[in-house]
Structures are given as C-alpha cells and as structure tokens.
Design a protein around this ligand. Structure first.
Ligand code: ANZ
Length: 879
C-alpha cells in the first residue's frame, strides 16, 4: 500500500465507483430528518470553473456529506442558469447558437465539479432554458398576472446602445451599462413589471426570521428603503401674492403640488422647494412665469433627460438647478419660498418634490450655498441653542425659531407637527419605500418567452396552461434588432396566431430577464421531473426551505430579493408552504490572484482608486521588471489571472485542493491564491496515509467490544481523549462554517496521535488505535472523500465512507483531566492544587501565589525565585 498521498492512483477510481453506485442519489427515507444544501444557480461560462468558484461548492459539499453521514436525507442538487444576456452575448460573439453552446459549457462545469469530487445528485439537474423547466416559469408568470402582480406599462427605461437592450436600474452603474460600460440613454417603451412593491413591508419584516449575514440583511433593508414621514400640499403663490388674507380667495384656486419629508420637524426651516425635472406640475408653473424663465426651465429639463438616477444622486457631482420664477407657500408659517427645479430630486421617489431645508440637509445646503439661497436653522443641539456649524443633520436636538413648537425635541415635534398637519388637512403621515417594481421584460431572444397574447382589440390574454410552454422558436438569427424590439417580433409565423375564439392576435415578443428563471429553481429541484405540475406540493413541503444556501455576496440584493418575493407570492397563492425560501445563507470570500499592472504612460489617465493599468501576463513578461507590479484581484477571465481546478487536480489531486480551499482562511474571508501553500495539504495527506499504513496491522474491526470492557492504559486514554475531542471539534466546526478550524483540528489530531505513538506502539493499544483510525478516516471524509475511501478500503472495510455513520461522540472523554500540583514555600509543602493537565507555567505560578494557604507564608517577604515543574509542583523561594 501507498504510504503517501498519490491521488493519480485512486481519485478517478473512486469517482467512477461513486457514479456506478449512484451514491449521491437523493434518499427520502421517511424515518430520517431532511437537509437541503444548495449553491447559487450558476451561469456556466465558457471559461469553465476557476478555483475561485470551488470555494463556493466545496464547503457546501462538506456540510452535505457530513449531514448524510449523520443520518439526514440530503438534497444536494446542481443545475444551470442558462437563459439570459451573458449566454446570448457570448453566443453572438462566437457566431453560434446559445442553446448548444450553453449545453457544452454546462457539461464542462459538470465535468469539473465531478473532478473535484462534489457529491451532487445529477439525476435532478436541469437548465433554466429547458422547455420542461421554463414551462413552469411561464406558469408562475401567469400566477403573478392573475394576482395583479404582473403588468405592462409605458416606461422610461435605460437603453444600452451597445447591448441594444433595456437595462434594469441595478444594471446601470454610474450611468454606464454594467456589461457594455457605455452611457445608457432614456427611452420610453411598453414594459412588463412585477409588482414587488406590494411586498415591500413583508420583505423587510421577514428578514428577522432567517439566519443570514447581518450585512446582507441590511443591504436588503436599505434597498427596500422604508421611510416614515409626512406628505403635504404646497400651494403655488400667485405672482402678486404677498402674505395677506385678502388674497385668500384667489389663492385657493391656485395650483399646488405635494412634497414628502421625513423631517416635518424642520418645516419652519424651509427656505425653498424643489421639483424633479420630470415633475408634471412644471407645465402648469410655466404658465405663471415670464419667457426668460420658461426658456431656462426647458433647457434644464432637456439636459436632465440624459442622466441616470444613479448619476443624479452621486454625492460627488456638483448639484445643478434652475429657479422657476414662481413661489410656493410654506403651510406652517405662510412664508413664500422660491420653487426650483433640480435633478437631485428624483421623480419616482416620494412625490417627486421636496421642501428644502438647507440648515439641516446636506444636499439642500450644498444647493443653497451654490445659488445664494438663505439658510434658516430650526434645530439646535440643546433647548434654545442654535447650531454652531451647518448643516446640522443630527436628530438629537430641539426646535428653535419654530413658532409654538420651539423647545420641543425632534421626536416630539415630528409627532405633534404630524398631528397638526393631519388635523388641518394639510397633509398625511405616510410610509414610503425606495423599492420600485421589478422590470422583467427584455427585448432579446435568449430568454423565457412571456406567455401572453395581445388580441386584436388590445386585450391581454394569458396563454392557456395546456398551451404551455410557449417555446422559443428555433432561429438562425437572434441578434438584437437594434430598434428596441425583440428579434422574436420579426418571426411572423411565431408571432401571429389565432386565439381560442378564432380571433387574430400577436404573441408577446419580450422575454423574461434571467432573474425570473432563478427565482424558483430551488422549488423545481424538489421535484424536477414532474410533467404535470411545477412541483408536487408534498415534495416541496418535505424539502423546503433550503437549509443552507451558499454563494457570493454580489447577489445580496437582486437574486435574493426576487426569489423571496416569488416565494411569498406562491405562498399567498397556496402553492408553497414557506414564506422564506432560504433559512440559512452564507457567503464565501473571494479568491484573489496576482494580476500584473504597469504605471500609466504619457497621455493615459487612471480612474478613481486605480493604481495602474492592468496588463496581460504576456505583456508583463515583455516589459522590464521595474515597470511591472502585481496586485491581488478577484480571479476572473477578464483579468487573465484564472487558476483552474483542472491544473491543480492534475498536479496535487482533488483532495489537496479541497483541503486547501477549506483551510486557507475563514470561509467568509477573501484569500490570496497560492499554489505553493497546497504543498502543505499534500504533506498532511501523505502523513495521514503513512499513519494508517503504520497502524493498520493493529486495526481490529471488532474494537468496539474490546474498548467498552477493557481497562485503558494511560496511552489508550490519551488516544481516546484526542479522538473524542476531535469528533466534537469537527462536528461543531463543519456545522458552524468554520471549515478552516475543522481542517486544523484534523491536523492537530494527527500530531497528537503521533505523540502518543512515540511512547506506545499501536499494537499495545489496539482497541483505542482502531477507534482512532476509523474515526480519523470518517472525520476526514467530507473534506477529502477520495482519500478517505481509499484509506477505508485499505483498512479492509466494505462500502464507502459516505455510507458510514458519523463518529459518535462520547462526552465522558471531553472532561478535562486534572493533576495534583504541590505548592511549596522554601521547600515546605503549604498547599495542593487540582489543575488542568495542560495548565502552563504562568498559570500554575499565578494560582500558587493566589492560594489562601500560601499567602500567609509570603507576607512581608520578597519573592526571590519561582521553580515550576509542570504536572508536579511549584516551589516559591522567598527571603
Ligand atoms: C425636508 C428635510 C429636512 C429632509 C432635513 C431631510 C432632512 P429618505 O430618508 O431617504 O426617505 N426627498 C424626498 N423625496 C425626494 C426625492 N424624490 N428625491 C430626492 N430627495 C427626496 O429621504 C427622505 C427625504 O429625502 C425627505 O425629507 C426629503 O428631504 C428628501 F433636515 O425633507 B427631507
């Protein structure tokens, strides 16, 4: 037998045996508890998996393997997020069809996942582009439609001129398309939306019921953006109007607009108000002002169209605006305030208009400073005290210059002013969310067709269930049309149909964005082959929720929010029994790899935060050494710094790769990749093989009988303590996502065993050594399953480690051993102490000096020396 880890000789063999035995097929034994472990639905890219992706799959695999050994029915499936822009764009680039292309890529992913020994139940796999899958994506679309949660409307959308498609707001980053990197434009076309805003409050509330990283929960709360405030009416002052009661009559008929504020307590500090450039009241206002103002207003509004919301709100951008020439009345004190138009106010948040309080809002302050608008502080740090510096944004304060409300705290004033505004019918208290409806339609080919028909009389009819799926037609040309319509619109045979009543109609030609497909795949895994339904309720009832969901934090908002929303809708429709799909969520850290950069040359400029220009590895080699420097960057194809599992498995073996990925750092942390450090794992595994090889002649499969009756020797006891301590650590660490300390515990186990065997050969403590050997191999199995099965086989055991019971903990062996320590003063025994065996010198010395019995003998004397003999005595020399 090999006394070294030689993965080439056995890893492929075990993978073949696992496959032949259908080892990872989902078991649904009614007497056992269930465990659903899931990785984020990957898009299979042409570049294949990197060792970065493996940091997602290996830990989930470790947990699922342990859970199975612990007796759970485990569902551990994998499928592919095949529809969507990335696949389509890649296919266009390669001049091929996305269908067969994505199939090849997915096959390659599967090959790589098998190569690193991930135990997925492949019999449950599917791609979101399979008609048998998207039939039910369409069916869920209809559920949303029936419940009034899917609707079509004209909408200004972000048009990406390169991708030739509409982008969701979250796909626009700094005004640029997330893939194309070019500025997006605004266009108005009919679009499909899901009404996720109806679920805003529940999406916030139910975060309290799941075990997710706090940071992700907070990002979701921020994204949904709940604010409590007051919405009230501002009336436009007539041009001649001063503060006078006689004008009241005329003024009542004057136009008005509503504003939303979260700080009604600052209403006395309003010195201007602002309308968003798209605000419909601006047209009315134009009727009140002179031609010069009108021209300025029009120019400003024209300009504002070009900017995305993200740009408009960027704090780094200088604020711009125009004075309309008109005024409005502050309802709190009747003062006239100028009405401005500025693009830092967004049309689709609140009412698209604000009361501006420059003394207490940084945005308004900046604006007021720039345009010379007065600033009136109304909140101070203490009663009757005005703030020293402005803007004073703290909510811990008291009102000043606020009429009868002066002296109240911010909280009191918010309550009282809110009541007053409501009582006088000036406004109402309101809860506002930043969340907007989910734009789902794409004018692209490679997506799930939206299952509706537009009849000749303009009605929208859902496609009947028996006609689902609405299949994507096979086409040669599927490139975006470039005029904003879907390429499907050009296929007359597909588009034009007769409906049930024999009337002519047109199919909807938009497809659903990829986020729809990934919003329910976790349900399909529960019952993937069902032809009559999306899922059998009993299956979903059994497996849901996902117990452990693992993937990158970059999906913190969109995917997770959408999947939660769909789950809630399906729950409300009585179709699933859970309100939250993912009970526990964990995000792995990224794997970073050295990436070459060079200094900018003349005429080149660096972006914000950039230290150099990224170059290819070839270019780096061709340049003088002092011109190139390396930075650790996320492993990605575009950076050319990818390390593949294929090359690592070939060199070091799958188990060494697995252990390295687990051991290198805490699960959530980013890590810097290093091939060299894998050697440490190769050495560890080699030492494990050596240990088993040396001890296996002492191995007795019937050790259980001997160990319970036999008296253990000191060495035997030491071995049992080590064994059971490691069972505890490995079990707790794996459950707690502490994979690095799990591997460390295995390493310490090995070292401890070596120490014991130095004094006592295994043949003298056969039962304890056998327990140790078996436990070692089984505890190692989730992390290094190929090696574990090889070692199991070498011990002469049948079957796979995966099918064995997880080692059972005997708590008695966890009790800490103690020794009696004699404490002497100048050689005379004064006290004895019961101390843990592992107590170090400093601890023994401290406890000895603190002893009640010892202290009187030290009084008034100087401690000259302390002699500690660990495990035996402490002698205090005084004089
Ligand atoms: C007066 C005020 C005084 C405000 C003050 C804040 C501080 P959140 O908390 O994010 O909901 N606002 C309202 N609608 C807006 C829009 N469409 N575009 C840009 N800003 C808008 O923010 C609510 C606050 O943001 C509101 O309260 C309003 O400014 C502004 F010391 O009103 B506030």
């Amino acid at each position: 037998m090999a006394d070294r880890y030689e993965p080439q000789t056995f890893e492929a063999k075990w993978q073949a045996r696992w496959k032949a035995a259908n080892l990872f097929e989902t078991r649904q034994d009614p007497g056992r508890p269930k465990f659903y472990g899931l990785d984020f639905f990957p898009y299979p890219s042409g570049a294949g998996l990197s060792v970065g992706h493996c940091r997602n799959y290996i830990p989930t695999d470790v947990i699922c393997r342990m859970k199975f050994m612990q007796g759970y029915n485990v569902l551990h499936p994998m499928g592919f997020d095949a529809f969507g822009l990335p696949a389509e764009n890649e296919a266009i680039k390669n001049r091929t069809h996305p269908g067969p292309m994505i199939e090849r890529y997915a096959e390659n992913y599967r090959r790589q996942m098998e190569l690193i020994g991930i135990g997925y139940d492949w019999s449950r796999s599917f791609r979101s582009s399979d008609p048998e899958y998207y039939q039910w994506t369409q069916w869920i679309f209809k559920v949303l439609l029936e419940r009034g949660l899917a609707y079509q409307r004209m909408a200004a959308v972000n048009w990406d001129p390169v991708e030739k498609t509409v982008l969701a707001d979250e796909e626009v980053i700094g005004g640029l398309g997330w893939r194309s990197g070019v500025p997006v434009e605004k266009r108005s076309i009919p679009q499909w939306f899901f009404k996720i805003t109806d679920y805003a409050q529940r999406l916030i509330d139910d975060l309290d019921t799941v075990d997710w990283p706090e940071g992700i929960k907070q990002m979701q709360r921020n994204w949904i953006g709940r604010s409590e405030g007051v919405q009230f009416r501002m009336r436009v002052a007539m041009p001649h109007e001063e503060k006078s009661d006689e004008e009241f009559e005329i003024v009542e008929r004057a136009p008005h607009f509503e504003v939303f504020t979260t700080r009604i307590d600052t209403v006395y500090g309003m010195t201007f108000c602002v309308l968003a450039p798209e605000h419909p009241s601006i047209e009315t206002l134009e009727g009140f002002v002179d031609e010069a103002h009108r021209a300025e207003i029009r120019a400003y509004r024209e300009n504002a169209k070009r900017l995305s919301d993200t740009d408009r709100q960027a704090t780094t951008r200088e604020k711009t605006g125009v004075f309309t020439g008109a005024y409005a009345i502050n309802p709190a004190n009747g003062e006239r305030v100028p009405i401005w138009i500025a693009d830092y106010v967004l049309m689709h948040y609140g009412t698209g208009a604000i009361m501006a309080v420059p003394a207490h809002d940084a945005r308004d302050y900046e604006f007021a400073q720039k345009y010379g608008i007065p600033v009136q502080p109304v909140i101070g740090p203490a009663k009757g005290v005005s703030p020293e510096t402005l803007p004073f944004e703290s909510k811990d304060g008291f009102l000043v210059h606020s009429g009868e409300y002066s002296g109240l705290s911010v909280a009191e004033a918010q309550k009282e002013l809110g009541q007053w505004f409501e009582a006088c019918d000036l406004g109402t208290r309101k809860v506002q969310y930043k969340l907007r409806d989910w734009l789902i339609s794409r004018q692209r080919y490679w997506g799930c067709p939206i299952p509706v028909i537009h009849s000749a009389d303009g009605e929208i009819q859902p496609v009947p269930d028996e006609d689902l799926p609405v299949e994507l037609p096979e086409v040669e040309h599927y490139e975006p049309s470039g005029d904003g319509s879907s390429p499907l619109a050009a296929i007359d045979e597909w588009v034009n149909i007769t409906d049930q009543d024999g009337k002519l109609g047109r199919r909807e030609t938009d497809t659903m964005g990829g986020f729809a497909c990934s919003s329910w795949y976790f349900l399909r895994f529960c019952d993937p082959h069902n032809k009559r339904k999306g899922w059998d309720p009993a299956e979903v009832e059994y497996w849901m929720p996902v117990d452990c969901y693992v993937g990158g934090a970059e999906h913190a908002v969109m995917h997770l929010l959408y999947a939660r929303f769909w789950t809630k809708v399906l729950y409300d429709a009585g179709l699933v029994p859970v309100q939250e799909p993912f009970q526990t969520l964990r995000n792995q850290g990224m794997v970073l790899a050295p990436t070459p950069f060079r200094a900018p040359r003349e005429g080149e400029t660096l972006g914000v935060g950039e230290e150099g220009i990224q170059i290819t590895f070839e270019e780096a080699h061709s340049l003088p050494e002092d011109q190139v420097f390396h930075r650790y960057e996320k492993m990605s194809k575009s950076k050319g710094n990818v390390v593949t599992p294929d090359e690592i498995v070939e060199k070091y073996g799958a188990d060494a790769l697995r252990l390295y990925e687990l051991f290198v750092a805490p699960f959530e942390q980013n890590v810097q990749w290093s091939n060299e450090a894998i050697h440490g794992q190769v050495r560890f595994l080699s030492r494990v093989f050596k240990l088993v090889d040396e001890c296996r002649s002492a191995y007795d499969p019937l050790w259980r009988d001997a160990i319970d009756t036999g008296e253990s020797s000191e060495a035997g006891k030491a071995l049992r303590r080590l064994t059971h301590h490691t069972i505890r650590r490995a079990t707790d660490d794996i459950s707690g996502f502490a994979f690095n300390t799990y591997v460390a515990a295995m390493m310490e186990f090995l070292n401890g065993v070596r120490d014991v065997l130095k004094t006592t050969p295994a043949s003298e403590i056969r039962a304890e050594a056998s327990e140790m050997l078996e436990t070692f191999v089984l505890l190692l199995a989730p992390a290094a399953p190929h090696s574990a099965d090889e070692l199991w086989d070498l011990l002469g055991m049948e079957g796979f480690t995966y099918q064995q019971d997880w080692p059972e903990l005997d708590e008695r062996w966890l009790a800490r051993e103690t020794v009696t320590i004699a404490v002497q003063v100048n050689g005379k025994l004064r006290d004895t102490l019961e101390m843990p065996t592992e107590a170090d010198q400093a601890t023994l010395e401290r406890v000895a000096l603190e002893s009640e019995r010892v202290r009187p003998h030290l009084e008034g004397k100087t401690l000259r020396k302390v002699i500690v003999v660990p495990g035996k005595l402490v002698n205090l020399v005084v004089g």
